[in-house]
Ligand binder design. Sequence first.
Ligand code: AMP
Length: 291
Amino acid sequence: MTASIRPVVVHTIAEVRGHVADARRAGKTVSVVPTMGALHDGHLSLIRGARDRSGYVVVTVFVNPTQFNDPEDLADYPRTLDADVDACATVGADLVFAPAAREMYRPGAVTTVRVSRITDPLCGRHRPGHFEGVTTVVAKLFNIVQPDMAFFGQKDAQQATVIRRMVDDLDMPVEVVVCPTVREPDGLAMSSRNAHLSPEERSQALSLRRALQGAARAIAEGRRDVGALIDEMRGTISSAGPCEIDYVEIVDPGTLEAVEAIDGAVLIAIAVGIGQTRLIDNIAVDPAAPA
Ligand code: AMP
């Protein structure tokens, strides 16, 4: 184990501003890694990416109530701040900002940030209000930290697309960096929600990755029949065990709208409920790219 320095942990906006101002005075570039905590190697890869590219790394740990459309999901979301701070220390984060909800949402606040259209399909269709919660909190975090760079994961592909759009549309002076999905050795995308899976559900969850890889392979081999590919993916997932498929879609990576034909790069995205746990995964496929 390498020696690590514990990051400073703060809970108020004023403290963040003070520490970031010190870093700026020292001539450092500043990056932010927004998270909801329960950190795993996926989050840590974003923090490492931020560490590699900037002199001062702020990790935010905030289970944002406004992006949960299901109160039970919010109540059950894992909260592990001490372990998160330890994990941040191993990858060189400088500051952990873990605000209470009342620090982020003061009484009387009525302003939100809403990205339209690209928030309608996929998760937007199944989680009303989710993306408005995400864009509002990320915009607030950008205003609080005022980073040069912000790091997000491809695991939440729609979220990354929505954030990029927001930054571009609102001229936010932040470079958005999207990092690859980190997986368990057997291919399951790492997620804070995986902790809720029973051993049986955990092995059933591998069907998401199997379905995505099967479709990607089929497209690489020349298949272009969108409907049949989707049916096959649904079959792979439902034959693994009882589940609730929110969506299995092949979409344009820019608009996130379902494609009728595969004649360029596509994003294949899946959301499935297994037991009480909702899992998402995706794969980017470019039929023109060399295998
Ligand atoms: P969350 O704590 O789930 O809100 O995620 C915080 C950030 O970590 C988001 O940008 C996610 O896309 C990213 N992230 C979550 N899981 C992974 C993963 N397995 N690989 C890479 N990034 C991830």
